[in-house]
Design a binder for this molecule. Sequence first.
Ligand code: PLP
Length: 366
Amino acid sequence: MSVECDKVGGINLAQGVCDTDVPEVVAAAVDKAVRAGANSYTRHDGVARLRNALALKLKRDNGLRFDPENQIVVSAGSTGAFYCAAIALLSPGDEVILFEPYYGYHLSTLQAVEAKAVYATLRPPDWSFDPAELESLITPRTRAIMVCTPANPCGKVWTRAELEWLGGFAEKHDLVVFTDEIYEYITYDGHKHISPATIPGLAERAVTIGGYSKTYAITGWRIGYSACRADWAERIGQLNDLYYVCAPSPLQEAVAAGIETLTPDFYAGLSAEYKAKRDKFCAALTKAGLKPFIPQGAYYVLADASGLTGATGKDKAMELLRRTGVASVPGESFYRDGSKEADNIIRFCYAKREKDINEACRRLEV
Ligand code: PLP
């Protein structure tokens, strides 16, 4: 869609790339780190300064205790963190429960390690799930479950009650719980991010995955991490060493500077900034007859595209691009092949500059 969007000089609300500003303290720290000599390989699981900063942040913001010496692995983004965790803890043929609509890289990563994704349904408009359906998915090969909160693409923020249910479910079936919490600081309307590992029963079986691509608007820097029990972290760390050697050295220092320096106002400001964009953009979608499923967190919105011309989500996204010059992602990217749901859903990303959001709203409303 990005290629198609470029061809028509459209507004690209397809890709999840935030083009907002990097916090000054983070940007300035790169130059300082390079000049201070932070240009070599680092320890395979990250520089001590960043692991220490992450341990403090995980305690302060998430209520989690991890030893920075042996329980945190800094990786090449949260994508790298999940890949290393998946290859460390899964064997070919293992089944992993994946909620649909899903984030494409979660599925691709499972496929890359030859695990089998088994789909569970998130039901609109609130993206709730049916515990009975989850129970019915369990087989002797079920090894893990993936929880993305706040979720891409649907914006679901898991509640405490849902996570408590998950804790019992994971314990009963002895599951690893991979969490993707990359949008942890972006929640709306009183929804609060809860790290699954804080729930009794999950601390020892969760691999908490996060990163700074979204929080500091540095998607190209590739700084993420996983945190979990020490024996798993050791295996994940060895694979991180094999695949990436280490995350970029000066950029690790700069992210550490951000974590050390930025105050709670900064993180609260992110939610406020994205809420204003969400509200403006969802109002424009409603006016355009593309009913939005209002997200509880993250910075994407799924919209009901049934009013657009075309048989599939792809046809509809292309028709919208042709007609308005606004690019979205078709539902096929978030649902398994042949799914009917995919035909009537498109996703927009509103992590864009104010002028681009305004222009997209204007074009949609015409
Ligand atoms: N996880 C989710 C749910 C995402 O939406 C994205 C990016 O769109 C990522 C992970 C990628 O994160 P990173 O840049 O840390 O690899």
